[in-house]
Design a protein around this ligand. Sequence first.
Ligand code: FE2
Ligand code: FE2
Length: 259
Amino acid sequence: MILVAQVSDTHFDLGARNAERVERVMSFLAGLRRRPDAILVTGDITDSGKAEQYTQARAALRTDIPVYAIPGNHDDRAHFRTTLLGEPASDTPINHAHRVGELTVALLDSSVPGEAGGLLTDETYDWLHGVLATAPADGPVLLALHHPPQHLFSPVVDVIALAESGRLAALVANDERIVGVLTGHAHSAVATTFAGRPLRVAPSTASVLGGEWELELPDRVMDYAPDPAIALHVIDENRGLTTHFRSVPMGGWIGVQPN
Ligand SMILES: [Fe+2]
Ligand SMILES: [Fe+2]
């Protein structure tokens, strides 16, 4: 089996709180008996795209497990590239693909500079078609992007979700190798389907946004009380996708004594 951890919406803002929460999550992952084969960070790495926020992110996300990150609507592509990835500045979409054992992970940049909502550009679709054309013919594929392509009954996020999601749905439905689609953005652990495949929305390490049955707009929107949370995805030999959503208590394993 392949184990992929997903960390999302870290919102590094130069304050200590959000950074400490990510540091706690990263030490939890690094300390697992069976460590993840890769860690995906699905956008809103920073709160406002400043270079120094990426410096903070780079330090907190440092581990010897491979970490693959994509931008969200709160990010800045140029600073993301130069400071987090160590690449030349550019405003073009940050798309990248990785092989994790048998699995191909394609990370798509759904951010639109200056906009809260998401869109995948023609350039990104061309790139994705190329990735799928060269991926193993019978190997599983995971897609990851920041913006959910599906209605989530989340009043804050549904109005800034992925636009023109039918184009992505057609691509997913036509490729049997795609075992699921992973997103962030909703600050809530959500499981649903998209184009007949599992859609898994990772919670945020920073805060929680409730569903439409919970929010009292505009005053009570974001809940900062819960512990940071992550998703752990298992891809099995039958192309099944099993997801555990896991909160990581800031206090750690209180009361558990080492043998
Ligand atoms: Fe976010
Ligand atoms: Fe977002």
